[in-house]
Design a protein around this ligand. Structure first.
Ligand SMILES: CC(C)(COP(=O)(O)OP(=O)(O)OC[C@H]1O[C@@H](n2cnc3c(N)ncnc32)[C@H](O)[C@@H]1OP(=O)(O)O)[C@@H](O)C(=O)NCCC(=O)NCCS
Length: 184
């Protein structure tokens, strides 16, 4: 799957786009200076963040597979450093937010909201009308972000995640992408 989503450079362009999707407009000063597709050479840095922010991180191989099969893999940079990333799959009119992460020093500044908004716009441009995602019930900050962004709880996947004591369920959330504003 090719990516019709263009690379965005510079805060003025980003703020212009965000003004079109105000649900995803951060309330804080956005630290992003570049939004670009992930490349294989980013995987080591992405893995360093992944292991900092998740107790049960993805492996290098999972990121490599996502790139190989053409999933939407996006990097947000702040002053040349990778600050966050997101991964999305799209198939048969349905999209799936597979990963969304912001490195610890950049959390709480609107970057997660911004990256999520970008992934959903990519999903729309690729023809999806729905986006799904799973989240741990214990992940209160992610749940707050998703619910505030318009996702609705539609189910629970039993024993979905590895956990410290056995398995943990996943909450399944969905959003109707037609509720998002169109970009020009
Ligand atoms: C979840 C995550 C991506 C959010 O990114 P972020 O850049 O910190 O979030 P933002 O600054 O964009 O905040 C957006 C909203 O999320 C919620 N939120 C973010 N941090 C929160 C916290 N510590 N407590 C409660 N709600 C929080 C709020 O609703 C916030 O909106 P507000 O700023 O208007 O209050 C980030 O915390 C992260 O990478 N966590 C580790 C990886 C992870 O759990 N990913 C999600 C997997 S499903």
């Amino acid at each position: 799957m090719g990516s019709p989503c263009s690379t965005i450079r510079g805060i003025p362009v980003i703020l212009h786009r965000l003004s079109k999707t105000c649900r995803f407009m951060p309330k804080h000063a956005l630290p992003v200076t570049d939004l670009r597709p992930m490349a294989r050479c980013d995987i080591d840095t992405v893995m360093a963040i992944e292991t900092r922010v998740y107790a049960h991180p993805w492996t290098k191989g999972i990121f490599a597979d996502c790139l190989r099969v053409g999933y939407e893999c996006w990097i947000a940079e702040c002053d040349g450093a990778i600050a966050g990333y997101g991964v999305l799959s799209v198939a048969a009119g349905e999209s799936h937010v597979l990963n969304l992460a912001v490195d610890r020093p950049f959390q709480g500044r609107g970057l997660g909201r911004f990256l999520l908004g970008h992934l959903l716009q990519c999903a729309r441009r690729l023809g999806a009308d729905t986006a799904l995602l799973e989240v741990r019930p214990s992940n209160r900050s992610a749940i707050a972000l998703y619910e505030d962004s318009g996702f609705n709880l539609i189910g629970c996947r039993k024993n979905y995640y590895p956990g410290a004591q056995g398995r943990e369920d996943a909450l399944l959330y969905a959003i109707d992408l037609d509720t998002l504003q169109h970009e020009p």
